[in-house]
Each structure stands twice: as C-alpha cells, then as structure tokens.
Ligand binder design. Structure first.
Ligand SMILES: Nc1ncnc2c1ncn2[C@@H]1O[C@H](COP(=O)(O)OP(=O)(O)OP(=O)(O)O)[C@@H](O)[C@H]1O
Ligand SMILES: [Mg+2]
Length: 248
C-alpha cells in the first residue's frame, strides 16, 4: 500500500497483516507515517495505491460500502475528540443512534456495559471537562467499543496524558487485548509494546524497516535505524543514567 500527498510519498510500499486477535504495535520517529498508516486503514485517507482488507472485505474496493466498512473499525486518537457539550452517556449513545440506528434503550445498555469495561461505570453523567485526561481517553475507548468494532486502531492513545494517568489507559488496552480484540497501536510505550504486542513494526521514512515478535524487535533489534530509534525513545536526550559510583 502506498500513500502520497501531492508529490510527497509518505507511505512507500507497506505490506502488513494482522490475524484476528493480534495486537500489532507500530513504532517509529515523528513523520515516519504512523498516523497516515492508521488513517488509511480506517479510510480517513484514501491510499494512493494498493489494497486494504479488513475481515475478508477489501475496503479499498470502489464497490465497497465505505460507511459499512468503517463501522467495523474503531479509532482512538491522541486527543480524545469527545463532544464537550454532551455528558459521557451522550458521547457514547449519540454515534450508536446516529450511525447504527439503535434505539435509546439499546444504546444506553451498550454504553453502560462499555463504561464498566473501562472502569468508569460511575461517571456516566459527567461532562468531559469534569474528567481527567486519562478518564476522557477511557471514555473515547468506550465510545469506540460501543460501535461493536472488529478492529481497534489507537494513535498514540497515551501521549497527551500526564505520566500518572498513562497506566489506567494502558490497563484498558491490555484487557482488550486479553479479550481477543484485533488491535493496531501506535505507541512510544516500549514496555507496553513488549508486554502486550504480538508483533512490533518499526516504520521509518514510510517503509517498514523491521518487524517481528515484540521481544525481538524491542529487545534485540537487527537494524541500526531501529536501534538508534529505541535508544532515543528509551533514553531521551538529557536523561542520562548516572555513571556507577566509584568503588571506595
Ligand atoms: N494531510 C496531509 N497533507 C500533506 N502531508 C501530510 C498530511 N498528513 C501527513 N502528511 C505528511 O506525511 C508525513 C507523515 O505524517 P504522519 O502524521 O503519518 O507521521 P507520524 O509518524 O504519525 O508522526 P508523529 O509521530 O509526529 O505523529 C509527514 O511528513 C507529514 O507532514
Ligand atoms: Mg502521528
């Protein structure tokens, strides 16, 4: 699959697959095309060339019903994109009613079930502004889940959060993975990738430089570019491990 914006080729021949229930983590430097890749899978961007298939349906086929295809794919963004004027329950029920045509009773039941799943059963009446970033992100996840997706895409779901809120969101992702959800997660959380991902894909300059089992790609990368990137992510500039104390 390829994607260009004008004559800027952003994705230059990506060939990836995920089996049902797989968790694929996508890592790579800023500008490498991670978001564009996810946006293509959800048809928020139309690939310039190539095909994308979800659960046996080629969603890039011009004859495919794009709205129906999109409904099978949930997406969660770095910024939560909740409706500020609706309470949590409203955020979860509106898309179900509008897009899936569910009646209110059905939509509310599904919403409550998914709020419980992300640990927010008691916040249904809160407005987004009354919630922490981590809670807002969990609401966004519950909203996506309420649409009954077969695949969930996460684009840096914890990057906008204060460090102490990251864990709650990752716990939800971990649980979803455990429940067998097929997931693609763009993340800089290497410990999470290593623990939860079946596969890690390292993207750089619009190509897959390296992919494989998480423990191998994160723990023992083959390519110099991957090693370089991991060094920078794991040891950001300015944060140096102190030298060992001199022995007396
Ligand atoms: N709508 C667009 N029009 C033109 N260029 C775009 C568009 N979207 C993305 N790009 C370009 O595509 C390249 C890849 O962008 P993308 O957002 O996919 O990178 P990324 O890996 O997600 O980066 P980051 O880690 O900063 O989120 C960048 O050079 C970006 O400027
Ligand atoms: Mg991005």
């Amino acid at each position: 699959m390829r994607k260009s914006f004008g004559d800027h080729q952003v994705l230059r021949g990506i060939d990836l697959d995920a089996a049902p229930g797989d968790v694929v983590c996508v890592i790579g430097p800023s500008g490498s095309g991670k978001s564009t890749l996810l946006r293509c899978v959800n048809l928020l961007e139309v690939p310039s060339a190539g095909r994308i298939t979800v659960g046996g349906t080629e969603i890039t086929d011009p004859d495919t019903d794009i709205d129906a295809a999109r409904r099978r794919i949930g997406m969660v963004f770095q910024q939560f994109h909740l409706f500020p004027h609706l309470d949590v329950l409203g955020n979860l029920t509106l898309p179900q009613r509008r897009v899936l045509g569910r009646d209110t009773e059905h939509a509310v039941a599904v919403a409550r079930e998914n709020l419980a799943r992300v640990g927010l059963a008691d916040r249904a009446a809160a407005y987004p502004s009354q919630l922490s970033g981590g809670q807002q992100q969990r609401v966004a996840i519950a909203r996506a889940l309420s649409m009954g997706p077969e695949v969930m895409l996460f684009d840096e779901p914890t990057s906008a959060l204060d460090p102490e809120l990251v864990g709650d969101v990752l716990a939800v992702l971990r649980e979803l993975a455990g429940d067998g959800m097929t997931m693609m997660v763009v993340t800089h959380e290497m410990a999470f990738a290593r623990e939860v991902a079946d596969r890690v894909v390292f993207l750089d300059g619009g190509v897959v430089v390296e992919e494989g089992p998480a423990a191998r790609v994160v723990g023992d990368p083959v390519h110099e570019r991957t090693r370089d990137f991991l060094r920078r992510v794991l040891h950001p500039a300015g944060v140096r491990t102190p030298p060992p104390a001199p022995s007396p």
